[in-house]
Design a protein. Structure first.
Length: 181
C-alpha cells in the first residue's frame, strides 16, 4: 500500500497492515519506533506477537532526559509490549562528529541512502537493528519493522535484521506500506 503523504495520520493503517501481514505469514516479531508512546498506544492485544517499541536514546532532546515517561513505559510493559532504548544505530557518535566538525561519516551516508525510500524506511531499518542489538528480536529470520516520518508510523517492511556489527547482512524482503512523497 502506498500513502499519499507521510505522517502520523497513517499510523493506524500501518499498524493494521503490519499485524495483518504478521498473522498471515506467521511472523512472530514486530518492532516499531515510538518516541513518546503515541504509536505504541495503538498496538492491539495480540498475544502471539512479540511487540517491541524502540524509543529515542536518552539525551536525544535534552541531556539526561527521555522523551518517553516512565509511566508510559510501565503502561506498555503492563500490556506486554517490550521496550528498548539505546544508541541510534544510524546516528550515534557519527552525528556528533558531523555536528562538531561539519563532516559526513559513513554511517550518516548509509542513513541518507535509506532515506531515498523515505524517512520511515530509515527508521524501520534502524529500530530493527537496535532491537536485534538488544536481543529483543532474532537476527536472520523474518520480522516486521515499522517506522515513520516526523511522528507516528507510515512505513512497514518484512525484513531480516542483523546486529549492527553485521549490518550488511540485513535484508529487506518486502515493503508492506510506505508514503509516496
Amino acid at each position: 500500500m502506498y500513502f499519499e503523504k507521510p505522517g502520523f495520520e497513517n499510523t493506524e493503517k500501518t499498524i493494521e497492515l503490519a499485524v495483518k501481514t504478521a498473522k498471515e505469514r506467521g511472523i512472530k516479531n514486530i518492532v516499531f519506533a515510538s518516541s513518546s508512546g503515541r504509536t505504541a498506544e495503538m498496538i492491539p492485544n495480540e498475544p502471539d506477537i512479540n511487540f517491541v517499541a524502540v524509543t529515542l536514546a536518552y539525551g536525544y532532546s535534552a541531556p539526561n532526559e527521555s522523551r518517553i515517561s516512565q509511566e508510559k513505559l510501565d503502561e506498555l510493559h503492563a500490556r506486554g509490549i517490550k521496550t528498548y532504548t539505546g544508541t541510534h544505530a544510524l546516528s550515534g557518535v557519527e552525528r556528533a562528529i558531523d555536528t562538531k566538525f561539519k563532516g559526513l561519516c559513513e554511517v550518516e551516508l548509509m542513513a541518507h541512502t535509506l532515506r531515498l525510500f523515505g524517512e520511515g524506511m530509515k527508521v524501520a531499518v534502524e529500530v530493527a537493528t537496535m532491537a536485534a542489538d538488544g536481543g529483543c528480536v532474532p537476527t536472520g529470520e523474518p520480522i516486521i519493522a515499522v517506522g515513520g516520518t516526523g511522528g507516528g508510523a507510515d512505513t512497514a517492511v518484512i525484513m531480516r535484521a542483523a546486529n549492527s556489527n553485521r549490518f550488511f547482512d540485513t535484508k529487506i524482503d518486502e515493503i508492506i506500506c510506505k508514503p509516496i512523497k
